[in-house]
Every structure is written in C-alpha cells, then in structure tokens.
Write a protein that binds this ligand. Structure first.
Ligand SMILES: [Zn+2]
Length: 301
C-alpha cells in the first residue's frame, strides 16, 4: 500500500504566529494527543531568542517532554549555530534550518544573505552532533512577499549545496505563492540534482492551493509533508486561511485516495479539541473537521 509520512508543524509554525500564547502544559497535552493519533514526527518548537518569539520560550522544556513519547521523532527549528547547540543539548532528534532562496526574506528572517546562511548550516553540520539529523529547508522556494519572484535556479543551487552536508532537504512555500505546475517543475528539477536527499514539502494554504500543491508534489514522488493542525501558521495579518496546509484535510485526502498516513482521523479530531480549547478565539480552519467524514468512509490501512 502506498504511504506518506507527515510531520506536524503546528506547535512551531502554527503557534509562533498565533495571537495568544499556548500555556506549556496545554502544549504538552496537545503534542501527546497528536502522537496518540499516529503522528510519528512533530516539529515542537524553535531555538530562537525568546525575546523575538515569546511563544517559543519553552522549547527546551517541550523538547524534553516530547522525548518521553515512545516512537516520536522530535524536531526543532534552529536559525544558527547557537540555536543548533541548544537543540542538541535539549536532545532533539532532528533540527531543521530555514534557508531562504529569496535574498530579501533571508535578510529579514535571519539577517544573513542566502550564501551566509548556507555557510552557517555548513558550520552546524561540522559541529559534533551524534545521532542528530540535519535538514536544510529551502524557504520562499516558490516566491516571496518581499522580493516577488524567486529564480528557480537559486532554489536548485541552494538545495544542491545543502544536500552536500545535510541529511535531507525540504522545499517550503513559506508565503503560499506556489501552484501545482510550479511545484512539479521545481521538485523535479531539484530531485534530478540531489535524488533521495530531497525529502519533504512544506506548503501554506494562503491562496487555497495547499492540498493541490501537496498532491502535485506526491505525483512527482514526494512522500514527506509538513502540515499544521487547524491550518495555524503563516501571516496573522492576511485575511482568510493563511496558515499551513491543514493536517486534518491532508490526512483525509491521502486516506481517501488509499494512501496510508498511519494517522487515525477520529483521534486527530480529539487533538484538535485540545488545541481549540487551549487558544480560544484563535481562528481555526479545516473542511473535514467541519463537514465530518463521508458516510461509509474507509481509511487506507
Ligand atoms: Zn511555514
């Protein structure tokens, strides 16, 4: 049976953009419920200065808690060597680095050029990190709200450089600019260069194309996807569904196609209840949670 692997990024991508802070104990309960629903990989936080993103101030504690959940791969984001060292000390299984293909976004996000950021990740890869997986995530790979168009050649070059010293490379549509034709084209170009090192796809649903883009990536061989419960994430000032592709709907799409996600949708909806209670008033999205499962629905497995 065909399978895909999902990484839930809500506790990081989602909560960093939420208007409210989720209490640490609620985060733990939410993460436990996500894992109980069958998610085997969760990006639980980021090692950035707490002053910059207060919602991520408890990442150390959250990583340590998540390490106690059997079978869960615990992922954290780090923007530099200092963040990487904190992630290693906390015990994260995998660390993901955002490397913007857009020069403008790179400066505003990490205050480095893309070349400097590639060097920073290279430095991290050379730092002792026994047992810790390193992922280079090429962000703004499909366009950028600051710069506009991002040349595909830049995306291919950065992904290829990262593949030289990272365990895996992901392509991220940080601002929801991608379309399915572009997704197929760019993933295929990068795959030609780096083969199996190309792992994940990270889409935002800002213009409603999150699922279409995920399906397009699946059709060119991508089997690992980031998504966020209730579609949290993205820019809080953009009207409408501006967050990540919605986990609940992504799971429904794949399962109804006969592609196994290993995730139990009913249990996933229980985890959603915990999330909704923990940040009341926060806009939440998702078609399947509202409409319910179709009569006679059968999961893939
Ligand atoms: Zn994102």
């Amino acid at each position: 049976m065909p399978q895909v692997h999902l990484c839930e990024v809500g506790p990081r991508d989602g909560l960093q953009n939420a208007k409210q802070l989720m209490p640490t104990e609620a985060k733990k309960a939410w993460i436990a419920a996500l894992a109980a629903a069958g998610l085997k990989e969760i990006e639980v936080g980021s090692f950035v200065p707490p002053k910059l993103i207060p919602a991520m101030a408890d990442t150390e504690e959250i990583v340590k808690y998540a390490l106690g959940i059997r079978g869960l791969k615990v992922v954290a984001l780090a923007p530099n060597l200092k963040g990487f060292q904190r992630a290693i000390a906390a015990g994260a299984h995998k660390v993901t680095f955002p490397v913007s293909a857009s020069r403008a976004h790179s400066q505003s996000n990490v205050r480095m050029t893309p070349e400097q950021m590639v060097d920073e990740v290279r430095k991290c890869a050379a730092w002792p990190h026994p047992g810790v997986e390193i992922e280079g995530a090429v962000s703004t790979a499909f366009g950028c709200t600051l710069q506009g168009e991002v040349p595909e050649d830049d995306v291919v070059r950065i992904a290829t450089e990262l593949a030289g010293f990272c365990d895996g490379v992901a392509l991220a549509d940080t601002v929801g600019y991608a379309n399915p034709a572009q997704v197929k084209r760019i993933f295929s170009r990068v795959k030609k260069e780096i083969g199996e090192k190309l792992e994940g796809a990270h889409f935002h649903d800002t213009r409603g194309l999150g699922l279409a883009n995920a399906l397009a990536a699946y059709e060119v061989g991508v089997r690992a996807f980031d998504s966020s419960m209730a579609g949290l994430g993205g820019c809080p000032y953009a009207p409408g569904a501006s967050g990540n592709v919605i986990t609940e709907d992504l799971v429904f799409m794949f399962e109804s196609m006969g592609v196994s996600t290993g995730i139990d949708i009913e249990k996933l909806l229980l985890a959603r209840e915990i999330l909704v209670k923990a940040i009341p008033g926060e806009p939440v999205y998702g078609h399947t949670p509202v409409a319910g499962l179709p009569k006679g629905f059968r999961a893939a497995a």
